[in-house]
Design a protein around this ligand. Structure first.
Ligand SMILES: [Zn+2]
Length: 273
């Protein structure tokens, strides 16, 4: 065992360990969570992504709710049951589990397991993917947590929800919307056209929320296996984002001069002052 560990240069992490680490953060049966993850960051996970998914199901239980992003940027055709998630191995394994429901949004679908799944995904394809009534917003409204598992705030989609709730002038306007609707194949085989509305912009500057969350004492830090994790209530996060953007609407834009989305956002803000 020790030799294998040495070869991988990463700790060997079991499903039991992951479950124990989640409980150590204060999570348990009946809780709700939206989590963003990097499988590799956890270490060498015995049983791979499947073991991670089972650990979450074990900890939250059938009365709890577990949501992951299963985003896919396929602008022509999106098949709810078939199009793979493009945001990590754990999310792709998760969406294929029995009992998991995937929302019908062509680019920003989420997959949900547990008590509130149907209610959370209802009508997602009819609204902006990360808008003020999207599944991550609803989960936050129910007191749900956001968990960053080995990833930073640049992967924290609920911050986009906060931008929407703040109604920041650039929201949904920094990328051109494709002219044609996306063809969406529903789970029953029916085919519908879905226009894309208000695509979210750049998230490279989102780490700016970190110090504000800490100053308010609303983020818990720890580890799952070798992965550093941050746990916060979705509503606390949205409140922080709204307050930051009220004070400075450019607070969450990135500083990369080559970023077309943030450049456009600054133009929109400048035109309003
Ligand atoms: Zn940017």
């Amino acid at each position: 065992m020790a030799r294998v560990e040495h070869l991988h240069r990463r700790p060997i992490v079991t499903q039991e360990r992951i479950a124990a680490d989640l409980r150590k953060l204060g999570l348990g049966a009946g809780d709700r969570v939206f989590f963003h993850s990097s499988l590799r960051s956890i270490g060498y996970v015995e049983g791979g992504a499947e073991a991670v998914v089972r650990a979450f199901q074990e900890v939250f239980g059938p009365t709890g709710t577990v949501m992951v992003p299963t985003f896919a940027w396929e602008y022509r055709r999106f098949e709810v049951l078939r199009t793979p998630s493009q945001v990590g191995r754990i999310t792709e394994v998760f969406r294929r589990q029995p009992g998991v429901l995937r929302s019908w949004h062509p680019t920003h679908s989420v997959s949900v397991w547990g008590a509130d799944a149907a209610e959370l995904i209802e009508g997602h394809h009819l609204m902006p993917g990360l808008g003020p009534d999207s599944p991550p917003a609803r989960l936050a409204g129910l007191g749900g947590y956001v968990l960053l598992l080995g990833v930073g705030h640049n992967r924290n989609s609920t911050i986009h929800v906060g931008e929407a709730c703040a109604n920041v002038p650039y929201w949904g306007r920094t990328w051109p919307v494709p002219k044609d609707p996306v063809v969406v194949v529903l789970p029953g085989g029916e085919i519908i056209d879905v226009p894309l509305l208000h695509p979210p912009g750049c998230s490279a500057g989102f780490d700016a929320v970190g110090p504000v969350l800490e100053a308010r004492g609303v983020v818990r830090k720890g580890f799952v296996g070798a992965a550093p994790v941050q746990l916060m209530r979705g509503q606390d996060l949205i409140d922080v984002v709204v307050d930051m953007l009220r004070e400075n609407p450019a607070a969450l834009l990135c500083s990369n001069p080559a970023c077309a989305s943030c450049r456009r956002a600054r133009e929109i803000l400048a035109a309003r002052t």
